[in-house]
Design a protein around this ligand. Structure first.
Ligand SMILES: [Zn+2]
Length: 238
């Protein structure tokens, strides 16, 4: 399967050939994805894969906090032994995953994403507010796009020969994916320690933004260096 990067143009004629699907059902499918904000329509010229940005990640993180903290507090009040077992199981499954530093294959990253989402869903699963849950699912789908982009960006840049900052980016990803903060969060939740759980959740929400800052800082520094190199070359030839 081809991984389509954020912002990639989606040409209906090309997709139709690649997937051997008629243009009409394809346009219908793309319109549905547009409604879910997974693709973006560009006037009548077609579609692109929805782009990612630090501003959108910040906005989604804020929305996540507004929706998930009340859900978590509600779950901690209502949850019984079944909910507790579900959390412990989901935590165990997540702990068996390798972080991107240990295995950066697509399969491994996908497994981590899936188990990570399952762990966070388990924490909230005893809450009853169906509207908050619905908002959470929408926010989570959008966050997944950003997480995937952040996870694959350093390797894609390295493959394109841009290896500067690769180690810093991978270290930030490793920190965001490690099991420690998830264990702390689980313990606070199971202890029904609302204040600590809330603090840890807020800290937790910040990790993807930290990764973004590292990756963006590195990209900006790289662009500045390239620009500098171009200016120097230009001066030399002048
Ligand atoms: Zn997490």
């Amino acid at each position: 399967m081809t991984r389509l990067q954020p912002g990639t143009p989606l040409r209906v004629d090309l997709l139709s050939k690649t997937y051997d699907v008629g243009r009409t059902p394809l346009r219908e499918a793309l319109s549905r994805l547009e409604a879910e904000r997974l693709v973006v329509a560009i006037s009548n010229r077609g579609f692109t894969v929805a782009p990612v940005s630090r501003a959108e990640l910040e906005d989604l993180t804020k929305a996540r906090s507004v929706v998930e903290i009340p859900l978590l507090l509600e779950a901690m009040e209502r949850g019984g032994s079944e909910w507790e077992s579900a959390i412990v199981t989901a935590h165990y499954r997540l702990s068996r995953c390798k972080t991107i530093l240990e295995d950066s294959s697509d399969l491994s990253v996908d497994a981590w994403m899936e188990r990570h989402e399952a762990f966070h869903a388990a924490l909230l699963s005893a809450a009853q507010s169906s509207w908050l849950m619905r908002f959470r699912a929408t926010i989570s789908d959008q966050l997944q796009r950003h997480y995937r982009f952040l996870a694959f960006a350093p390797a894609l840049r390295a493959a394109a020969g841009e290896t500067d900052g690769y180690e810093e980016a991978m270290a930030a990803l490793h920190k965001a994916q490690s099991i420690g903060p998830h264990t702390d969060l689980m313990e606070a939740v199971l202890d029904r320690n609302a204040e600590r759980a809330r603090l840890l959740m807020d800290e937790h929400f910040g990790y993807p933004l930290e990764v973004y800052a590292v990756e963006e800082g590195e990209a900006a520094a790289l662009a500045a260096r390239k620009k500098g190199a171009r200016t120097r070359t230009h001066k030399k030839s002048a």
